[in-house]
Write a protein that binds this ligand. Structure first.
Ligand code: SF4
Length: 390
């Protein structure tokens, strides 16, 4: 493996602080841990996590998102993307505690899909998602008012990315829409355009635009960008009436870092390299890439790639590093010049996991994520529409 980029680097508290410093103060990030965390330098952390997990036995089921640190992933019973993990949790009704090593919206989705007896726990309540935080319930309700006043709301079907809060999923369910993942976004849009004439795509503008233009043959002019921080979303009534895709102005702070320069630069440095990126990347990056797909698609593509092939990957660094280590016979590099972890996901570290498991083993339920019943029922409706997509 050639490590043209520093794949062996570990996330540091300083790097995470800097990456996360534009946090929305209204979000759940910044919440202090309610208990005494073990020191990160405690040499017994691995043993303590193992002992607590063993004591809990079948009562606990640990989920590890693909972007999670290795020190945490080693204790995961299953790994995957957010939707797969929520479904894995639902398929394990005997587990009383679901410890979700991921971010807040993922734990909410797991709570929505699991039984009332199961308790979903997020080891660090400060692990939010900057993209999910970019669409609040109040902002989306205001947007719907703007669409209503423009006389287009009745033609609009909301489609929300899995990476959204339970409130946004509930809004989507209430207004006849569906949830999508990065794997089924095209199917969700096909379905939505059978139900209505326009789509309000939340909260990731890039996934919405890339799917509409790249997979569905729309033009960039068919898309408008709704900015929740501007009056009327910064759009005229005419723009709203002419648009097919109304894209929410949200993005992933990790995937949004990749640029056309990163693609051009890696092609120059590594002749014959295949550029493989996630659809949360900007449109110009996706347009310049050779392959585009979800996290699972990226893993499967690299698993199937021939020995000796060269790859530059545009997604979160923990995942790229793990896949590169699993394929020493292929040249796998990170697409960006700078280190790019998901800062909030990386807040879940071994001390938080140890604290969580030991608390549960002592009978103390900590950091439970609970979605209220009304929100849950509408959010579930939207999720069920996704599961029923053809
Ligand atoms: S990688 Fe991006 S979308 Fe995923 S959890 Fe982190 S900030 Fe959110």
């Amino acid at each position: 493996m050639t490590t043209a980029q520093p794949l062996d680097v570990q996330p540091t508290p300083l790097a995470l602080l800097l990456l996360g410093r534009e946090a929305d103060p209204k979000s759940e990030r910044g919440v202090e841990c309610p208990g005494d965390l073990p020191s990160p330098s405690d040499p017994d952390l691995v043993e303590r996590a193992r002992a607590a997990k063993e004591k809990l036995g079948d009562k606990v089921f640990v989920l590890g998102h693909h972007y999670q640190r290795d020190e945490v992933i080693q204790f995961a019973d299953v790994t995957g993307d957010s939707f797969k993990l929520a479904r894995d949790a639902a398929a394990k009704p005997e587990a009383e505690y679901i410890v979700f090593c991921g971010v807040h919206f993922m734990a909410e989705s797991a709570d929505i899909l699991t039984t009332d007896d199961q308790k979903v726990v997020l080891p660090d309540l400060a692990a939010g998602c900057s993209m999910a935080d970019m669409a609040t319930a109040e902002q989306v309700a205001e947007c719907w008012d703007v669409l209503t006043e423009a006389g287009v709301a009745e033609q609009v079907v909301p489609v929300s990315y899995m990476n959204s809060s339970a409130d946004i999923k509930a809004f989507t369910g209430k207004h006849g829409g569906t949830i999508c993942t990065s794997s089924n976004a095209k199917r969700a849009l096909d379905w939505a355009f059978e139900q209505g004439e326009k789509v309000l795509f939340l909260p990731d503008q890039h996934l919405g635009r890339n799917t509409a233009v790249r997979d569905m043959g729309m033009s960039l002019d068919d898309c408008v960008l709704y900015n929740p921080h501007k009056p009327n979303g910064g759009l005229t009534v005419e723009e709203l009436r002419n648009a097919k895709m109304i894209l929410w102005r949200g993005h992933c702070s990790v995937h949004g870092r990749f640029s056309l320069d990163s693609v051009n630069d890696v092609r120059e440095r590594i002749p014959g390299v295949n550029v493989l990126v996630h659809p949360e990347c900007k449109h110009e990056v996706v347009a310049a890439a050779d392959y585009v797909g979800s996290t699972e698609y990226i893993i499967n593509t690299l698993d199937a790639a021939p020995a000796g092939s060269k790859w530059a990957i545009g997604t979160e660094l923990n995942l790229v590093r793990r896949v590169a280590n699993a394929h020493p016979d292929k040249e796998i590099v990170f697409l960006d010049k700078t280190v790019c972890f998901c800062s909030t996901m990386n807040r879940i570290d071994l001390p938080h996991l140890v604290w969580t498991l030991e608390s549960l083993a002592e009978g103390n339920l900590v950091n439970q994520i609970q979605v209220d019943k009304e929100t849950e029922s509408f959010a579930k409706l939207a999720l069920e529409r996704m599961l029923a997509l053809p």
